[in-house]
Unconditional design. Sequence first.
Length: 646
Amino acid sequence: MKSAKSLIVASLLALALMVGMGLKPAISVATGESPYTITEFFVVTGSGAQTCPDISGNIVVWAEQAGWLGGQDSDVYAIDLSNGQQFVIPRASGQQWDPRVSGNLVVWNDYRSDGNGDIYAYDLEQEREFAVATGPAYQKFPAVSGTIIVWQDYRSGNWDIYAYDVSSGQEFPIATDPDHEMIPRISGNLVVWEVQEVQRKEPDGRIHRGVYGYDLEQKQEFAVASGGFQHAPDVSGRRIVWSDSLSDASERSIHVLDMDTRMETVIARGTWNLTSPAIDGDLVVWSDNREGTGYDMNDIYGYDLRKQQEFPVTRAIGNQTLPAIDGMRVVWLDSRNQGVGKYDYNLHIYGATLEDKPGPIVPIIGALSEVDAKIEMVWPKGVGAASAAVTEADRANISAYLFRPGTLDIAPCQWSPTVRLWSALNNEQARPVAVAMPGVRYIGLGAVRTWEFNNVDVSAARDPLSKIYFFVTVDGVNTHTNVWAHGADARTYFPQQVIPGGIGVAGDRLDAKIQIVWPHDAQGNLRSVTDASLVNIGVDVFVSGSLLSVPPEWNGTVRLYRSLNNGVEEVVAIGRKRLTTADGLTYPRWDFNNVDVGAATDPLNKYYFRVAIDVVNTTSNVWSHGADGRTYFPNIDVPTSGCTQG
């Protein structure tokens, strides 16, 4: 940057030392309570893409595109929140983009004349449109406060900041030096912007960024933060906010500078994404993915500078970004209703009203607390990517769907939980072997979210005497899963029962093992699988990872789960404890008597049994009951609704 800016930085630092300025850490939010009662509302949820929201008073503006982003014209829309009346700013050909609003003035980036973009404005009170900056150069990212409009301008061959006074009709430069000055914001007499310091780069090629400002009254430029990776500033009155990241991007933070006190405050810090801060008065909001799984799973968080408290504004599934705030209202861009198809861009505008009284932390909206998780396909692979027989395959690709419980309605597209694949070899305890990656399958009703586990080890099933049982769970969610048996012969033959080697202490992790399934008829006579309508099942419980039985006096609730063919599991019985003795050791066993298995008298059907214990992390083996326990490729479920439906 030029030397004048360096001098200003030095003077600010000297003044800071005089007043004892330091980086003041933010006070953390109180767990379980928000300083505000927050009521969410939708602004617009029509088809197509609404984006770039802003708010001033009761007026919310946005850009709206009817179809796929980048393929059609867009217009600027507005809504009056006081009466719900929606209207379009007078249409023109080409794209109108990036609207901002202050009082009665709406400004935007306009492409009606050429492909470079101009700046236009509209007076809501006078119902009058007028050009602000036109010509062959690029003009982008306008902002407005009172009668002053600012924007990013490329007329000199690099990005500069220019301004226009609506009351006088005069244009004037704000910042025009060899670096790139970009994305300005304005409030009262202060203009701030992001600088790309093109002469300074990191070894990896990243360009240094900084935040600078200009006082319209004093006609003086000043540095806010420079020499690193400061970006995306906003301003309200005499306070400036920006996003900051270290050179190695290992930590990100949101900073606020009070120009009157020269006090800089770090209000949020973490290794996750912290972007797009906006400020009005004492309130700062930003986009935050501390609870998400990637850059496309952000929430909106806020911080009250007076109360020194952080709080979430919305925690809906999907991506919430580009927040704007005015007074006690926040609006943002929201993808919670977006699908997963290549051309599915249902982006909407949502908002929230903050009431100045303590309330509960806002809940996660749209995530399921209960789900049906179904393995739909297991594709054995041989050499390379070629399909192979079970006895020849070392790896397999496995695909699952998540459904709303009791239905074939796909779970919300933008819900991104952790989906785990479990594997149990023969009569061994199941263990987690993979975490799914989200995928897409195109079927009759369009694109459907899938959960994919690729290159799963199935080499043990090459032995015709071995079989592998697969099922899936969703972290933190009550999951109903099916069981998929992979083997040349997946029936569970009566194994050698495991005899406990002693008595252990029952902790919060236990192994439940089905030891015997005894088929019989209604009179209690032993029968073959195809002749038995009932079974008795015996289960022993061990300390996790050991052969130590839980103590005889332990009285946990042991539940039996049963699934038929490719259906999801259901609880069919609660075990009854009795004491048994083997090799001189007395230990508890849980019996499930007269469990219905009538469907297995048909050789085409098979049951799968698993066990879980209430309030305890349980691993279980899987028992297959049928004349032929293998899972043959069933017809893949056809969802009855797409995942975008609420």
